[in-house]
Design a protein around this ligand. Structure first.
Ligand code: NAP
Ligand code: GLV
Length: 320
């Protein structure tokens, strides 16, 4: 008998067909709407494996419904949507998809940095709204990227990939991290500093840490107070690493100059969220890894992890 699996979002046929070769597959068929909790509770009782995404909360009470679940395969590198400790206590493996999205997410992080610094969205709206009546010297002026200082909090895979982009723009790069990375410093020509120094000296601050109890609100009121009034904050990590109320206060009082946000505490972010009322916020809907080849690679890797788990192998990308 084939192992049973449930997939919480519609995946490309090529990936599902591969899974069907070895598993009995059920899948939530709606592409844009998330699976309901009721359906998830019913499905998890029946399956050996679950393939889920960042928009699914896989908590202890859901896992309590499972009777023979062996593996939860997350189609993402971040896995803060899953209660890892509960899974571990129940002997359920959890996997993620590191590496295959690193370059694409670094591209998006740099694109967001540039769009925010040079006010691209605001400028496009200005033109489309018929506000472009003439050219004048201080029209839609932004911040320089070339030659500026970039501070990266979290020098992991995506952090390192971001440095390579920044070096092409002659940026000086400072970083802070849980552990110091001497080899990376030497290879990429970057400088390790404490978080306070990074915040004080950087023109751009990018946060690239996973969301954990230690990194929750790693950027809060005190951190924003240290930043330059001309500085830009970019968050492509997770909403919870930045305190959104403190960020709103800092942006609306011009304590910092602008922010580019791909991620939010609540996703989808409510359209009446205070941050979305500010012209100096560029907000995009969690599209860091969203290129066609990368999303396909992530789905394939999540499928491989899942198949390994349900077939009794140890998957390569176990998170715990
Ligand atoms: P990674 O390689 O694991 O890098 C994470 C880095 O954060 C590591 O260098 C780690 O330090 C550091 N870190 C962890 N806890 C810390 C703490 N308390 N203080 C300071 N530094 C800490 O992960 P990655 O592949 O670069 O991905 C990073 C995160 O980006 C993911 O977890 C995910 O949440 C987010 N992400 C978002 C998108 C998107 O679509 N927006 C796409 C991909 C990823 P050590 O070196 O000491 O372990
Ligand atoms: C996306 O947010 C990921 O963690 O892969």
């Amino acid at each position: 008998m084939k192992p049973k699996i449930y997939i919480t979002r519609k995946l490309p046929d090529i990936v599902v067909d591969r899974l069907r070769e070895v598993c009995e597959v059920s899948m939530w068929e709606e592409e844009e709407k998330p699976v309901t909790r009721e359906v998830l509770e019913l499905e998890i009782r029946k399956v050996d494996g679950l393939l889920c995404t960042v928009s699914d909360t896989i908590d202890e009470s859901l896992m309590n419904e499972a009777s023979h679940l062996k593996i939860i395969s997350n189609m993402a590198v971040g896995y803060n949507n899953i209660d890892i400790n509960a899974a571990s206590e129940k002997g359920i493996m959890v996997t993620n998809t590191p590496g295959v999205l690193t370059e694409t997410t670094a591209d998006l992080t740099f694109a967001l940095l540039m769009a925010t610094a040079r006010r691209l969205i605001e400028s496009s709206d200005y033109l489309r709204d018929g506000k472009w009546k003439s050219w004048y010297p201080m029209q839609l002026t932004g911040q320089d990227i070339n030659g500026s200082t970039l501070g990266i909090i979290g020098m992991g895979r995506i952090g390192e990939a971001l440095v390579k982009r920044a070096k092409g723009f002659d940026m000086k790069v400072l970083y802070s991290n849980r552990s110091r990375k001497l080899k990376v410093e030497e290879e990429l020509g970057i400088e390790y500093v404490d978080k306070e120094t990074l915040l004080q000296q950087s023109d751009f601050v990018c946060v690239l840490v996973p969301l954990t109890p230690e990194t929750k609100n790693i950027i809060d009121k005190e951190e924003l107070a240290l930043m330059k009034s001309s500085s830009v904050l970019i968050n492509t990590a997770r909403g919870g690493v930045v305190n959104e109320k403190a960020l709103y206060d800092a942006l609306s009082s011009n304590k910092i100059w602008a922010a580019g946000l791909d991620v939010f505490e609540q996703e989808p972010v409510p359209t009446d969220h205070p941050l979305l009322t500010l012209p100096n916020v560029v907000a995009i809907p969690h599209i860091g890894s969203s290129s066609i080849p990368t999303r396909l690679r992530m789905a394939q890797l999540a499928a491989t992890n899942l198949m390994d788990g349900v077939l009794g192998e140890i998957p390569k990308y176990l998170v715990k």
